[in-house]
Design a protein around this ligand. Structure first.
Ligand SMILES: [Ca+2]
Length: 532
């Protein structure tokens, strides 16, 4: 009898396990880790095991099956990865084919899964929830989550589960900010403008006087930009009370209002005032009339010819062209008439969706620990900076710097290519790795940090985080976004160029309300409340 009960309990236990892991995607009942597994410390397993991995290999990377960072990780963890990799071109298609195949590797690495992917594959059991594994075996991940709780919150999908890990990097280098031509200012004996009124006065001086000193007073473009004119908005949001609590979602026109609630700022009076100001500048010829249509190469060509006085963007040499970029200096956010000036453009310092563990893996705990390795100093250094004494050296103050092999490669490789022969966490990001600020700093030019000093006093990073939606919410959002965002994008150009008058503002707001603005706001608010 006792034996019978024991067997019955065993069967029940097995079915509970199967019920948790054995869904559409996972055909393997997940057993707990074996005696071969070390729950902490290195190596991760006593006898070597092999995992199957699938990933996106950037063109700058050496073959993942024989690259220093994974070979070294194998030495330390005792886990060998048998990689199937696909290059950038065609990766999305190959990934979709794999995801539809029903036959999965142990882990997906550097795969850039969207939030919809995470919700979808997670709900089908193709990805396993990582919450419990992190709790039990993810010592490094847990520590990083404590350091950056917003990262942990954004990784959590609406069902409460974490299915993927994040790529964490320093955001200082990637932020976009105001750049102004210091040589033009000097030629005209002007200071860096601090307010939008001073900015307008400087633009007027650029426009009417020979700021570039070539004898022609009419060839200057005070402000130009790429990306459909969007950056003139970014340049002056906080002056008009938009995004003053932190990050906004520009493409979706979402920020936090003064009451800390999600709002569509494109229908606020703040945005109306901003449009009015931009339209006034446009009418005076202070903004590049091609800013809604030109691509980056046209914009860069203008920079090379010394025709541009100011712009909003990332690292200036790549945007404005190498010839004149040294003349551009970072301007703090411009104060509005209310005196507000906030720098809210320090983007999220992580992306989610980089990697996941499949429901078919017989080694979920081992795989999680292998991924966790890259969230600690030792593993992150291997994946991000490569090999000490070869790709980087430690300075007396403890900071690491890259060697000439990487910064000035004897074979003419650029930096991503030369590091990509050893370590793979740079190109396009997307690896599950926690790069500390010190690691990030090792690979960035000093100017990036020098210019950040100007912005530091104004930085606000809260605001709208990376949010996730349920399948139902996403289905409801998609058509609203398609209609409403296209409508706003078009209307703002019309308002600026005078093809639509601001006296028609109320009709514009009514149109947006009719497109589902209230529902859109409510869904975002619900996602934000879940995130909190
Ligand atoms: Ca000129």
């Amino acid at each position: 009898m006792r034996f019978f009960i024991a067997v019955l309990l065993l069967i029940m236990a097995a079915s509970v396990v199967f019920g948790a892991g054995g869904t559409q995607g996972g055909s393997t009942a997940q057993a707990g880790p074996t005696a071969n597994f070390n729950p902490s410390g290195l190596p991760i397993v006593k006898e070597k095991i092999t995992l199957k991995g699938f990933g996106n290999q950037n063109v700058t990377h050496k073959d993942w099956n024989d690259i220093w960072c994974f070979n070294e990780t194998e030495k330390r963890t005792n886990i060998h990865i048998d990689w199937t990799t696909v290059p950038n071109q065609g990766f999305a298609e190959r990934k979709n084919v794999l995801m539809a195949s029903g036959d999965y590797p142990d882990l997906f690495f550097r795969c850039a899964f969207t939030i919809a992917d995470q919700v979808n594959y997670g709900s089908k059991g193709i990805f396993i929830p990582l919450n419990n594994l992190i709790e039990k075996y993810g010592a490094n991940i847990k520590a990083r989550f404590q350091e950056e709780p917003s990262m942990a919150k954004s990784l959590r999908m609406p069902d409460g589960n974490i299915y993927t890990l994040a790529y964490r990097y320093g955001s200082v280098a990637t932020m976009q900010r105001n750049w102004i031509n210091s040589r033009w200012l000097k030629n005209l004996n002007l200071n860096i403008p601090a307010t939008i009124d001073e900015l307008e006065a400087v633009f007027n001086a650029f426009k009417t006087r020979d700021a570039n000193g070539n004898g022609n007073p009419n060839d200057e473009i005070p402000f130009s930009c790429r990306e459909f004119g969007a950056t003139i908005f970014d340049s002056t949001y906080s002056a008009f009370g938009i995004g003053n609590l932190g990050r906004i979602q520009f493409p979706n026109y979402i920020d936090l209002g003064p009451d800390n609630k999600v709002r569509i700022f494109a229908i606020t009076d703040n945005f109306r005032q901003q449009l009015e100001w931009i339209a006034k500048l446009y009418a005076q010829g202070l903004l590049d009339p091609e800013m809604f249509t030109q691509d980056i190469s046209v914009f860069t060509a203008k920079g090379e010819q010394d025709l541009v006085g100011a712009f909003f963007g990332g690292d200036n040499s790549s945007v404005i062209g190498a010839k004149n970029y040294q003349y551009f200096v970072t301007a703090p956010p411009f104060k509005g008439r209310t005196g507000q000036a906030v720098f809210n453009n320090l983007g999220a310092n992580f992306v989610i969706g980089t990697s996941a563990i499949s429901g078919q893996s017989k080694y979920p705990a081992e795989t999680l620990r292998w991924l966790d390795f890259f969230y600690g100093e030792e593993g992150a250094t291997i994946l991000y900076l490569g090999q000490e004494g070869v790709t980087f050296v430690k300075q007396p103050d403890g900071k690491r710097t890259l060697t000439p092999l990487i910064t000035n490669n004897p074979n003419g490789l650029n930096m991503p290519q030369s590091i990509g022969q050893y370590a793979i966490a740079w190109a396009g990001g997307g690896c599950p790795v926690y790069a500390t600020d010190e690691m990030e700093r090792a690979r960035q030019p000093q100017i990036v940090y020098d210019t950040y000093e100007v912005l530091k006093p104004y930085v606000k990073v809260a605001g709208i985080p990376i949010l996730s939606f349920t399948v139902k919410e996403q289905e409801e959002l998609n058509p609203i976004i398609a209609d409403m965002i296209a409508y706003i994008n078009e209307a703002r150009v019309q308002f600026i160029t005078g093809r639509r008058q601001l006296s028609q503002w109320d009709a514009y707001v009514r149109d947006i309300k009719n497109m589902g603005a209230d529902r859109y706001t409510a869904i975002y608010q619900a996602a934000y409340d879940r995130w909190k």
